[in-house]
Design a protein around this ligand. Structure first.
Ligand SMILES: C[S@@+](CC[C@H](N)C(=O)[O-])C[C@H]1O[C@@H](n2cnc3c(N)ncnc32)[C@H](O)[C@@H]1O
Length: 193
């Protein structure tokens, strides 16, 4: 399956990235959602919780059947002149397949995780947020993930660390050649004969 991770400049916030080489003004979210629907089996779209962001996105998202989820930030960018901090963000998710019901863990449509510090880019995503998104989009390790707005590359790095969770523990004795008849017949020095 093909999955897209879209973490664009949020609606009304493109100016925050005007010094970046990939800056191209405000992102056309209608075109972006059309692309996500056209080219991908499942997708994730980060957004802001501002009234304008929600008003623009809601009619675009509704026909896709994607679901609104929440990233709640224990620690956010608290500012002196903002009396009520912006401490959660919508995350809109269209699963690539039906998520598996498991007795191991009940999946939730929200996550509490603090923002990352010192990554040098506004909006860089913490690994735990990305891992939660991969679960929400019902990804599998063999899927392909396109990070459409890479920024620091944190999403792709998180994809690789998430994929590694599915590898089995290594053979504890990888250097030993496989046992065969000849080896089995040989006694080890100092061992019982
Ligand atoms: C929210 S950041 C992505 C952060 C990234 N997910 C991370 O964890 O580091 C948005 C990125 O889109 C880039 N960008 C800005 N304007 C853009 C535009 N109009 N089209 C495409 N990319 C743009 C920014 O430079 C920035 O790297």
């Amino acid at each position: 399956m093909k999955i897209a991770y879209a973490d664009p400049p949020y609606i009304g916030c493109a100016h925050l990235y005007r010094d970046r080489p990939d800056y191209a003004g405000e992102v056309d979210h209608a075109a972006l959602i059309a692309r996500l629907e056209r080219d991908y089996d499942g997708w994730i779209l980060h957004a802001a919780a501002t009234p304008r962001s929600i008003a623009v996105l809601a009619p675009l998202v509704e026909p896709t059947g994607a679901r609104w989820m929440a990233w709640v930030k224990g620690f956010a960018a608290f500012k002196r002149n903002v009396p009520v901090a912006w401490a959660w963000e919508p995350v809109i998710v269209k699963p690539a397949r039906k998520p598996v019901v498991s007795k191991r863990l009940v999946l939730r449509d929200w996550l509490q995780e603090s923002i990352t510090l010192r990554r040098g880019l506004t909006g860089a995503k913490p690994e735990a947020v990305c891992h939660w998104c991969f679960e929400m989009v019902a990804a599998r390790a063999e899927d392909t993930l396109d990070d459409l707005f890479p920024g620091t590359g944190a999403v792709t790095a998180a994809w690789h660390s998430w994929q590694r969770k599915f590898t089995l523990p290594e053979d504890p004795f990888p250097a030993l050649p496989p046992l065969d008849g000849a080896r089995r017949g040989r006694s080890r020095p100092g061992g019982p004969s």
